[in-house]
Design a binder for this molecule. Sequence first.
Ligand code: F6P
Length: 326
Amino acid sequence: MGEIQKIGFFTSGGDAPGMNAAIRAIVKTALHYGIIPIGIHDGFDGMIQGKFQQMNYNDVDNIIHLGGTILGSARSKSFRTPEGRQQAADQLHKKNIDALIVIGGDGSFAGANILFKEHKIPYIGLPGTIDNDLYGTDASIGYDTALNTIVRAVDQIRDTASSHHRIFFVEVMGRNAGFLALNSAIASGAESVLIPETITNIPELAQEIKTQNKGKRSSIIIVAEGDDEGGATEIVEKVRPHLDGYELRTTILGHTQRGGTPSYFDRALATRSGIYAVEQLIQGKSGSMIGIHADEIITVTIEKSIDDSSTPNLNKEFLLKKLLTK
Ligand code: F6P
């Protein structure tokens, strides 16, 4: 690979608080090293359509505190086809973009990886997803902010739940991963938590709720949207016949979890990883994700980061027992 002169970067998949801090860091670091930073709008779709913007210091002024992504994001159908990827590669070549930084989750990394395999465009991944479902990093950009959003919401729900002696089922995001559910349950003092990584047994859950609720004014059950028995609405329908005499309510936090001002942690993580990503490309590296472990910025191969079988153990048995023990 020759010397890098232009780096293209984009946000892709579900947005996450802290993505703007990453964009800012990439632009500033690239300019610092004399590289031209090209922002690609609207993810892989924008790449296919050539939605490129050469960026300067002023373009990233006053964005570090903003949620969402100033570049926009998308889940692209066209990029899943070889023709779409050919168009994307043609656009990148036309603009003389030498390398890419993709800020997104596993699907976005897989996209950049296939583009590399088919068209030899080097890339580095920054984990940008509230789900934290990438192997090899202690946290992904956006995860900490989303956890804080959930905990704040549950605190508020607890107030009204206690006033009315109610049991609330609060649904949080996490199609395939229980990180958000489990850790928000711990931090909000929830009575139970349901995550995709474990099998939910409805009669047992009902019994646990009864035991937990004895002498209490409220109970909070955190439900990951991807639980094997369904989201909070379905769980409530299934558990209701076993909980005669209890008042059950459902709250789905939905996309409130994806927005909002990024926390200190996400801004710092995004900034440190953005700087490192540019430096990795300058050193001729490709195909890795920038992560954080024990406060050290590290790299993991993309294959490993998205490999399902590598999903770290959540230590769920231990944590669940703690949550469920009255
Ligand atoms: O960003 C990941 C995620 O938040 C998942 O937890 C959720 O299922 C999904 O995105 C929803 O995304 P969208 O509504 O953008 O399709």
